[in-house]
Design a protein around this ligand. Structure first.
Ligand code: NAD
Ligand code: GLY
Length: 373
């Protein structure tokens, strides 16, 4: 088992990462959280797979487990679903010191985290992430949210868990498409903060695809450690934390312009990262060899081609609504080298149009990945 600490003073917490750790729940959880009542929140896909082991471990740790299972998918990240979970918490008699546990991907984590942050003005919370994306990103750092009909993640809170339990065996049932979408976020950490992680992935890509246990522990552990360091330095995204949005400016715009129904989040981020690399190259801030290495790695993950009907004008319009705009200017995080990125708000609109055009025009999305383009 690998242990990564998120250092936030009295709100510090451990992330436990490993394989087949179900039987270790009683020991480690009871050390961190006083056993009492507990509301386990999961989704209809994950609960039948892992609910039994989770409940056994929690009961052995001395918790009285109550259950709330929501439909799988982004559609559950709503205030209406949160209201239903408040009802479940009230009926279970959950008090301030009791625990809400999220067992699932980023949807369940964001939803249950938001409920934990707001029910009784905040009850104890723990995350058991079961997608690669949730294990390396959404379960760490305390961002919780639900969606509004006018936009994604618009209602939320920063609320840190008491512990994160990353059972890597859960990845064995994760569909390949979801795994690859999570891989995009793994690559993101390499580009923004760690050349060593990126080189490890590039060298052992087949082992990573095969979910080789030791490699997974190292890779997921490194991602969590990198994110923990960023969150420690800038918990509420007042500066440094924005680097985690590498690839997200155009990625979010692609998701919004397709009504969040075409891309998985990581797929849109991968396209966004490829466009950011091309923008950095065009701006003359990134070496050609480094750009080539990145584009080659993106190609191995597999860039998702755009939907045929998607217009550049719709993506550019979505860019204008980006949450991270500052003083009316769109901010892009661009790589200056592998492991080093910086925020820019002075990109030429024509350069953005061109790189977007290169993605939208390629039937196989290959144009964006060619250096000569
Ligand atoms: P998800 O939670 O919808 O999970 C994807 C699908 O995989 C679901 O159908 C789920 O039921 C299924 N699944 C989950 N674990 C499984 C397993 N082990 N085996 C088989 N199937 C499994 O999606 P996600 O990609 O995990 O998360 C996306 C959400 O995360 C978005 O709402 C996004 O906004 C949010 N997010 C939050 C943060 C943050 O910092 N809080 C960061 C990134 C993304
Ligand atoms: N996923 C971006 C962040 O946690 O800041």
């Amino acid at each position: 088992m690998r242990l990564v600490e998120v250092a936030l003073g009295e709100r510090s917490y451990p992330i436990y990462i490993g394989q087949n750790m179900w039987h270790e729940i009683p020991q480690y959880w009871a050390e961190r959280v006083k056993p009492g009542k507990l509301l386990l929140v999961s989704d209809e896909t994950v609960f039948p797979l892992y609910g039994g082991q989770m409940i056994d471990g929690l009961q052995q740790a001395g918790f009285a487990v109550h259950l709330a299972v929501v439909p799988a998918g982004e559609g559950s990240k709503t205030l209406a679903r949160a209201e239903q979970l408040y009802g479940a918490a009230i009926e279970a008699g959950l008090e301030r010191r009791d625990l809400i546990v999220a067992l699932g991907g980023g949807v369940v984590g964001d939803l249950a985290g938001f409920v934990a942050a707001t029910y009784l003005r905040g009850v104890t919370f723990a995350q058991v992430p079961t997608t690669l994306l949730a294990q390396v990103d959404s379960s760490v750092g305390g961002k919780t949210a639900v969606n509004h009909s006018l936009g994604k993640n618009l209602i939320g809170a920063f609320y840190q868990p008491k512990l994160v339990w990353v059972e890597l065996d859960t990845l064995l049932t994760l569909p390949r498409r979801e795994y690859l979408a999570g891989a995009a976020e793994v690559i993101k950490y390499g580009v923004i903060l760690s050349e060593a992680l990126l080189k490890l992935l590039a060298a052992r890509w087949q082992d990573f695809l095969a979910k080789e246990p030791e490699l997974l522990t190292a890779v997921v552990g490194d991602c969590c450690a990198l994110k923990a360091a960023v969150v420690t330095a800038d918990e509420r995204e007042e500066g440094l934390r924005a680097i985690l949005n590498f690839g997200h400016t155009l990625g979010h715009a692609l998701e919004a312009a397709t009504s969040y129904s075409y891309y998985l989040h990581g797929e849109a981020v991968l396209a966004g990262m490829a466009m950011a690399v091309k923008l950095a190259l065009g701006k003359g801030i990134l070496q050609r060899e480094e750009a080539a290495m990145l584009l080659e790695l993106f190609d191995r993950v597999g860039l998702v081609p755009p939907p045929e009907a998607l217009l550049a004008a719709d993506v550019l319009a979505a860019l204008k609504h980006d949450k991270k705009r500052e003083a009316g200017r769109t901010v892009f995080i661009l790589p200056e080298a592998i492991g080093k990125v910086r925020a820019f708000d002075d990109l030429e609109p024509e350069a953005v149009r061109q790189v977007l055009g290169s993605y939208l025009s390629g039937v196989s999305a290959g144009g964006l990945l060619r250096l000569t383009d």
